[in-house]
Design a protein around this ligand. Structure first.
Ligand code: IPD
Ligand code: CA
Ligand code: CA
Length: 262
């Protein structure tokens, strides 16, 4: 692409960046309040008015600007559009970190056109870090181009991962990590799948994998990784969940074969 060409989806990308920043500002303001918190899939799965109001802000903005598009949001947004495009939102990824006053949480906004991601934005308000990607236009962190790390042998891999909220799924995840841990450099559990994917995209981890995530956890980070030169591969999962492994091609293969031969 020549420098003078405007990449496809650039208007949607700019829009998503603006909306992610606005939702991030709302979430920072809400941290000052005493939030009402309830739980969802299990007693360890919290949701607060911050999650819901952040989603409303993002959904209202999309409906106004792109009224023909479908929308899927973690906190219940479900809009059926006619354009063949779908916005997929996690209005607060890393809710547990958010509620504990930790920094690792983000707003995640993706646009998929048919079966491929075309816009991915992950914004971390506490550090004012914005990861953004438009299909074919590369991936950036606060406007600077990012590239994935080069291939690592299994023993040199720093692996980002996370855990579902349901105890029966956690047991399976714990067993998988227990088998992998002695064979890799180390494991990181950051608490936000969206930021984990971005950490792979900018070389702060070699591979991210998680067997039981939801579409909205990974829909935006997926494109950030691909546009940074990596690949995202599906893992066998459970109904209602998706499994994902992401990294540079050779490294993903090393981890995949380790997972297949514990
Ligand atoms: C969670 C985070 C976490 C991952 C979980 C997700 P939430 O999302 O992304 O890192 O391990 O699987 O459910 O609940 O904070 O939006
Ligand atoms: Ca999430
Ligand atoms: Ca969430």
């Amino acid at each position: 692409m020549s420098q003078l060409e405007t990449p496809r989806y650039s208007a949607e990308l700019d829009f998503a960046i603006d909306i992610a920043r606005a939702a991030g500002a709302l979430l920072l303001r809400y941290r000052e309040r005493a939030l009402s918190v309830t739980t969802k899939s299990s007693s360890s799965d919290p949701v607060s008015e911050a999650d819901r109001d952040s989603e409303s802000l993002v959904v209202d903005a999309i409906r106004t600007r792109f009224p023909l598009d479908s929308i899927l949001g973690e906190e219940g947004a479900s809009v059926e559009g006619s354009s063949g495009r779908q916005w997929i939102i996690d209005p607060l990824d890393g809710t547990v970190n958010y509620l504990y006053g930790r920094d690792e949480w983000a707003v995640s906004i993706a646009l998929w056109d048919g079966d491929q991601p075309v816009v991915g934005v992950v914004y971390q308000p506490t550090t004012e870090t914005c990861y953004a990607a438009g299909r074919g236009g590369g991936a950036t962190r606060n406007g600077s181009v990012i590239r994935i790390a080069t291939t690592q042998e299994l023993g040199g891999c720093l692996i980002a991962t996370g855990f579902a909220y349901e105890p029966r799924l956690r047991e399976r995840q714990a067993a998988e990590i227990a088998a992998l841990l002695p064979r890799v450099r180390d494991i990181r559990r950051g608490g936000s799948a969206a930021l984990d994917l971005c950490s792979v995209a900018d070389g702060r981890a070699d591979v991210y994998f998680e067997r039981f995530v939801r579409t909205w956890d990974v829909a935006a980070g997926h494109l950030v990784v691909e546009e940074a030169g990596g690949q995202v591969v599906s893992l066998a999962s459970e109904a209602g969940y998706v499994g994902v492994i992401a990294g540079v091609a050779g490294t993903v293969e090393h981890v995949l074969s380790a997972l297949a031969r514990p």
